[in-house]
Ligand binder design. Structure first.
Ligand code: CDP
Length: 222
């Protein structure tokens, strides 16, 4: 079956979502932002008022329908694209995504969503757990100050102000939690290509990844 699976992983603010979305647009592929899915579960958990530390309390996932479609994330039919960026969600998402039950539910959904066609999927464990046989795996990095500056700019565009020190602390804390958790921590796959984006523009990163994709596709003859 024709298709291509492009896995993009990296720490908070490394540009995964922006870059994956642009690649998908340019290539006419489907983009799946798995971070948005973990954020949606966190939002739902907060709204249900459950004890966020109790793994059993996430059983609401048995009946909820979370899906990412065309740059938007939905819980059932409700578009929660904006709501998942709240401070409360950002603060708690690393805790929520550390539970094996939550990960199993979302990883199953992600594997299913990536079954057919040309897919760009971004997250923390795509190359290692969700798509271990991806055609191309990219690991994006950038130093923490640069990542904080990007997040600050993104927030400003939405009219949200924050101190750079606060953003650096938030990113560093999340990196630490995501890299040290027991269940599928943030880790570079052995066969991933590392791209340090600290001194690269978004367009430069997008072009580099598209070049690498073209080379792989030609090699595979798809
Ligand atoms: O804020 P940023 O865009 O960098 O993060 P995100 O991609 O929206 O992901 C939010 C959080 O979800 C991460 O900090 C991880 O705790 C979790 N996550 C995960 O555990 N596994 C994934 N595949 C994607 C996200």
């Amino acid at each position: 079956m024709p298709g291509f699976k492009l896995a993009i992983d990296g720490p908070a603010g490394s540009g995964k979502s922006t870059i994956s979305s642009l690649i998908a647009k340019k290539m006419g592929w489907t983009h799946i932002d798995t971070g948005a899915m973990y954020r949606a579960v966190t939002l739902q958990a907060i709204e249900h008022g459950i004890d966020l530390n109790d793994e059993h309390a996430y059983s609401f996932l048995e009946t909820s329908n979370i899906h990412y479609d065309n740059n938007k994330i939905y819980i059932d039919d409700r578009d929660v694209t904006e709501d998942i960026r709240s401070e409360a969600v950002t603060k708690n998402v690393s805790l929520v995504s550390s539970f094996p039950y939550v990960r199993k539910k979302l990883v199953d959904l992600q594997k299913k969503a990536a079954e057919k066609g040309y897919i760009v999927m971004d997250g923390r464990d795509i190359g290692t757990v969700v798509l271990p046989h991806a055609d191309l795996k990219i690991f994006l990095t950038a130093n923490v100050e640069e990542r904080a500056k990007r997040r600050l700019k993104e927030n400003l565009k939405k009219g949200k102000h924050a101190e750079i020190e606060h953003v650096i602390k938030d990113i560093a804390t999340r990196d630490e939690k995501d890299s040290t958790r027991k269940e599928s921590p943030l880790r570079m796959a052995d066969d991933a290509i590392i791209l340090d984006t600290t001194h690269l523009t978004i367009d430069e990163v997008v072009s580099k990844i598209i070049d690498l994709t073209d080379k792989k596709e030609n090699k595979h003859g798809v």
